[in-house]
Design a protein around this ligand. Structure first.
Ligand code: AMP
Ligand code: MG
Length: 492
């Protein structure tokens, strides 16, 4: 079934579609139409992002927007495509994958630069393989909310503009209903796009893609002696910063396959992700990940492994292997430095001293041995003072002696810090609200009964996770006992 375009639907007048990625041609993507869903309805709209993009809040509330962002109508000037990519999945070469359920509508020039708009779950594409091209309500709510939660936390991510639903049935482990997330990003290009053209010996296309990425997103690389090695280094640098951000906030991605790694260093493809509840460095959030390849504490090394794959894919554009290896080298220093800087901010230490490394390490160790709730610990620590009895923080630990020893070490360090500066830094570095599994789950259960208020409440809280939001303390509380029983896997 193809969408019937009875009258062309347009974006607000100030906005025009460019179709930059589609313009690369048929080696890179396939022109196609999304498949309509019956009787779509809004689940949530992100008014703030609509404003940022210049779409406007009022337009986003229109019937035209509902049709366009469900894939039921094509906006005038948009040239929808699905792109081809390949990738390494769970450490193995998986061959050709591609946008199996993502359809790029094109890009628009916005006050925030050129932004691509993509539908996730809008039907079959030539890359759907065994899948149905659909996304279910559950996984779509998770992706929609987490994209904005990460943005609220100041972590690089694809964004989510809207979430629409339909009562159309979708078969997973059980029968669910369909939903479409409209996501935005400057580009959805993944490491896997490069791997695809490299492994299939399409080196001219590999170069075209690399030039496209350099010209549009990494222009400074063009002036370097070896632009493609410079690209690899720049991507490594962004990825190192992304990993530091994930580790500091306690985020587990769950499926760090190379096809889920953004060339722009964005968090992309929210599937079985989880924010840590109790701090367990070996935590594996994806129930399909039986080997624990993507455990929380392995993420930084996996990112490096993935960058290595990207380097290998870019080799045909370089003079020798040493160039690629040299470009990857800075990751090893940038990641730990970036993580240390983030942890220092969480501890409220505006300036670095050499002893901070030891303090940070001992903090991680103490949290792990006491399995302390990660988010609550940091938020409560904002109120810790060397003079007070620091009960609210101490209460989180069963091993009080170890806590007391740590508190002494921390208090000594705090003697060198201005208390006002410290409080300010900590309250902006330690969120009160993160998208814990059980919070998502509660919103999903209500949404299944057509009550979307939970999704929208969470959106409001998570967009400003460092604010107090009086009256919403229960969303910042410990997870209930049933939270440990939530199983999140790849199938969504
Ligand atoms: P993911 O693990 O979600 O990143 O997906 C890996 C690959 O499987 C990508 O190429 C997706 O497009 C594809 N895929 C996942 N789910 C579906 C689906 N329901 N229909 C079609 N393709 C899918
Ligand atoms: Mg993916």
């Amino acid at each position: 079934m193809n969408p019937v375009i009875d009258k062309p639907l347009a974006l607000p007048e100030n906005l025009k579609w460019a179709n930059r990625f589609a313009g690369l041609g048929p080696d890179f993507s396939t022109v196609l139409q999304p498949s309509p869903l019956p009787s779509p309805y809004w689940i949530s709209r992100n008014a703030g992002l609509a404003r940022e993009l210049g779409l406007g809040e009022a337009w986003l509330e229109s019937q035209a927007a509902l049709e366009i962002f469900t894939g039921n109508k094509i906006a005038e000037g948009s040239e929808p495509v699905a792109s081809v990519y390949s990738g390494h999945q769970f450490g193995q070469w998986a061959g050709q994958l591609g946008d199996g359920r993502a359809i790029l509508l094109g890009d628009i020039q916005t006050p925030a630069g050129d932004i691509e708009i993509q539908l996730k779950g809008a039907g079959l594409t030539p890359y759907s393989r065994m899948g149905d091209g659909r996304a279910v309500l559950r996984s779509s709510i998770r992706e929609y909310l987490c994209s904005e939660a990460m943005h609220g936390l100041g972590i690089a991510t694809t964004r989510a503009l809207s979430l629409t639903g339909s009562d159309a049935k979708v078969r997973r482990e059980e029968i669910e209903t369909a939903a479409v997330v409209t996501r935005t990003a400057p580009s959805f290009i993944r490491f896997g796009h490069f791997e695809h053209f490299s492994y299939t010996d399409q080196h001219a296309q590999l170069k075209t893609l690399a030039d496209y990425v350099i010209d549009n997103f990494y222009p400074a690389c063009r002036d370097k002696a070896q632009p493609y090695a410079a690209l690899l280094e720049a991507v490594s640098e962004r990825t190192a910063h992304l990993m530091a951000a994930w580790q500091a906030v306690g985020f587990c991605h769950g499926v760090m396959n190379t096809d889920n790694m953004s060339i722009l260093g964005l968090t992309i493809d929210y599937g079985p992700f989880q924010f840590l509840d109790a701090f367990d460095p070996t935590h594996v959030c994806n129930h399909s990940d039986t080997q624990g390849r993507y455990a929380y504490n392995k993420q930084p090394n996996i990112a490096y492994w993935n960058l290595f794959c990207l380097g290998q894919a870019l080799l045909p554009l370089m003079d020798n292997q040493e160039q690629a290896l040299a470009a990857l080298e800075p990751y090893k220093t940038i990641f730990p430095a970036a993580l240390e800087a983030r942890m220092r901010a969480k501890l409220g230490l505006p300036d670095a001293v050499p002893e901070d490394k030891v303090l940070i390490e001992s903090t991680f160790k103490l949290l792990a041995s006491n399995k302390v709730d990660y988010t609550i610990f940091w938020r409560r620590l904002c109120g810790f003072t060397p003079q007070s009895g620091h009960e609210p923080v101490r209460d989180l630990f069963f091993d009080r002696e170890s806590f007391n020893a740590w508190a002494l070490q921390y208090s000594e360090r705090l003697a060198q810090v201005d208390p006002g500066l410290r409080a300010d830094l900590m309250l902006k570095s330690n969120p009160k609200f993160v998208l814990r599994n059980h919070l998502g789950e509660q919103a999903i259960r209500a949404a299944k009964l057509k009550d979307f208020s939970g999704v929208n409440t969470l959106l409001t809280l998570l967009k400003a996770p460092f604010d107090e939001h009086p009256g919403h303390d229960s969303f910042a509380d410990f997870p209930p006992d049933w939270a440990t029983g939530i199983e999140i896997s790849c199938s969504s």
